[in-house]
Write a protein that binds this ligand. Structure first.
Ligand SMILES: [Zn+2]
Length: 419
């Protein structure tokens, strides 16, 4: 899906999006971000749903998740049976099922995640048990409201499945919703601190084994390409598209090969310029006079028209166009990667593709210094109080949206990369 914040892509305009060769197949929004500014009342008064309000083509599916993968909105206060507390751009807010479903009714998405009592990976057993019970109760409330808002035939619901770090509770939570009249399921609470690989895989399997094979499994949470492939191997079908956006915010251009037949990126990993075999860092002074495209051979708008030197200059001078060009390239590259994954699944060669990609991709982890260049991505799921590239500071809506905050983040990223 295309990642958006409050319904808008971070750097891509509709005309740029429509001209892209690899378009994301769905448009993602976070339901919680429509609690206020715009409120569900404003959306409803505007009419004809989120497609009309956000100027999305009717042919583009709109998917409403229950969380933003780049910042953790839950836990402003402990949830109660009445609803969950979130932090949004206007402050803390209580979200009962009625309010949540009023937003869904106004957005009329093609697919949406029902209200969930979200917890992070470090939640204690008693808390896990309580949130499963509460989420099940809210799911029933959302199903009733789905009918009363006449959303049958308009929107498909995804039932959230919690369970935290417990295999037993993941399995129990999945069994509780497996027979519900929903379009699919959302695997909640992942990428919040669990170890990718074996631990996450076991938790996913515990839930997915209880679910019908013919319904969608969606997993919110920012994932690197290799983590995403691991989740596909476990049976996840749908992901948010936050990874290329976060890479863009750090000034990187993705360059990992998409097929075994493709040569590795030119040049050697370089600690000083923050380069590894998956991405290059355009903040680095090494690109000041580099006339080549971001990634040689790439057919995206940015790579076919502009040089690394120009993008480096735009980042250095805090010109918005720098992030626009990087997001064009990174979205194009990431969607081409997902296209290759879909082809491998269709042709029955996913296992081979997965093995090749994982071995190839993980080569970036040597030497150790290079791990630091991508460490913030790996840490994003562990420390949900900050977005990638923020220098460890807690994000706020004003900082995310305001010029001053952005400049500060860019300056920090610049210093980190050029040290
Ligand atoms: Zn490109």
């Amino acid at each position: 899906m295309l990642y958006t914040r409050r319904g808008a892509p971070l750097s891509l305009t509709p005309d740029v999006l429509s001209s892209m060769k690899h378009m994301p197949p769905a448009y993602g929004v976070d339901t919680i971000q429509f609690l206020a500014g715009p409120s569900p009342e404003v959306l409803a008064a505007h009419g004809q749903g989120g497609h009309n309000f956000l100027a999305i083509p009717k042919t583009m599916p709109l998917v409403a998740s229950n969380r933003d993968p780049t910042m953790y909105e839950y836990g402003a206060k402990p949830s109660t049976d009445q609803g969950t507390y979130v932090t949004i751009h206007t402050g803390a807010a209580l979200v009962p099922p009625e309010k949540y479903m009023a937003i869904i009714a106004a957005l009329q998405p093609d697919l949406y995640v029902a209200l969930c009592d979200e917890i992070t990976h470090d939640a204690k057993p008693k808390k896990i048990e309580q949130t499963i019970k509460r989420s099940a109760k809210w799911l029933d409330a959302c199903l009733n409201l789905h009918s009363s808002h006449s959303l049958e035939g308009v929107s498909g619901m995804l039932a959230p499945i919690g369970g935290g770090n417990s295999l037993k509770e993941r399995s129990r939570a999945a069994k509780m919703v497996a027979d519900k009249p929903v379009a699919g399921f959302a695997l909640a609470g992942f990428a919040t601190g669990e170890a990718p690989g074996a631990e996450r895989g076991a938790l996913l399997s515990a839930a997915i084994e209880q679910l019908p094979a013919n319904k969608i499994r969606y997993m919110p949470g920012m994932l690197s390409p290799v983590d995403l492939l691991d989740c596909v191997a476990k049976g996840v079908d749908l992901f948010d598209g936050a990874f290329p956006v976060q890479v863009t915010s750090e000034g990187y251009a993705l360059c990992f090969p998409l097929q075994p037949s493709q040569p590795p990126p030119a040049g050697q990993p370089d600690v000083e310029s923050g380069v590894d075999e998956t991405k290059i860092n355009l903040w680095a002074a090494a690109y000041r006079l580099d006339k080549s495209g971001l990634v040689p051979g790439c057919t995206c708008y940015a790579c076919t028209r502009h040089s690394r030197a120009y993008v480096h200059h735009l980042l250095q001078t805090n010109e918005m166009l720098g992030e626009v060009l990087l997001e064009v390239h990174n979205t194009h590259h990431f969607q081409a990667f997902l296209g290759a994954v879909r082809k491998a699944i269709e042709s029955g060669t996913f296992a081979e593709y997965h093995t090749w990609f994982k071995e190839r991709y993980l080569q970036q982890q040597q030497p150790e210094d290079l791990q630091d260049a991508g460490k913030s991505l790996a840490e994003a799921g562990k420390d949900l109080t900050r977005p990638v590239g923020s220098g460890g500071k807690r994000p706020t809506w004003t900082r995310s949206d305001g010029d001053d905050g952005k400049k500060e983040e860019k300056d920090q990223a610049k210093q980190q990369r050029t040290q």
